[in-house]
Design a binder for this molecule. Structure first.
Ligand SMILES: [Zn+2]
Length: 206
């Protein structure tokens, strides 16, 4: 896909996410794969409701920005790692919603089992409400090397449902294209909101 077309699509998704209130105060970051070796990613500190075409930077899979002096989102190494590790990942959306932030602080452990919801079928590969979706919860870190190492270990240990939580921080979701990444993000945000409501009803489940 052409760079300009991809940027227009990313701007559309950013507007939608902004309207949901999932990326307040310039938080969050979005990216999309250009080709096997490159991806576009949001620049650091941009208002996600007013992203300009110049707000997207070109990076290679080593995380080097090409053709710009601007800084990318601080969490760019996570995007680079996912594109390098998962050839099928073509778009990554990272949000800082209140629901994901609160839930990830309330939920104990390294992963949270989700089962019994029709909406699990919004995640590719999950075809039945009785399936078990194990959503990883990584501890937050400002050290991206540490965060990527924890993500790598998690992905080796179990199937990751096209997304994961970072504790007290937010949600990452990806997909084979931007539309699928958006569906995964919305599906996971829905399931997390349900689980948070359930925890409020049954606090001892945490
Ligand atoms: Zn973040």
């Amino acid at each position: 896909m052409k760079k300009t077309e991809l940027i227009t699509q990313l701007q559309g998704v950013s507007q939608w996410i902004n309207q949901k209130g999932w990326c307040p105060a310039t938080g969050g970051n979005f990216s999309a794969r250009m080709d096997e070796q490159h991806f576009l990613i949001t620049a650091s500190g941009c208002d996600k409701g007013q992203l300009k075409k110049t707000g997207f930077l070109l990076s290679n899979l080593q995380g080097e920005i090409l053709g710009s002096q601007r800084l990318p989102s601080a969490e760019m190494p996570v995007h680079a790692f996912l594109y390098e590790t998962l050839p099928e990942a073509s778009a990554i959306l990272h949000t800082h919603s209140i629901t994901a932030t609160v839930f990830s602080r309330a939920a104990q452990g390294k992963a949270w089992p989700i089962s019994g919801y029709e909406m699990q079928k919004s995640i590719s590969g999950y075809n039945n409400h009785t399936d078990m979706l194990l959503l990883p919860i990584l501890n937050n870190s400002q050290d991206m090397t540490e965060l990527v190492a924890a993500l790598s270990e998690t992905m080796q240990n179990h199937t990751v449902p096209f997304g994961f939580l970072v504790r007290g921080h937010g949600l990452y979701a990806w997909g084979e294209d931007l539309a699928t990444a958006r569906r995964h993000l919305e599906g996971l945000e829905f399931l997390i909101a349900c689980e948070l409501s359930q925890l409020q009803l049954q606090p001892n489940k945490a």
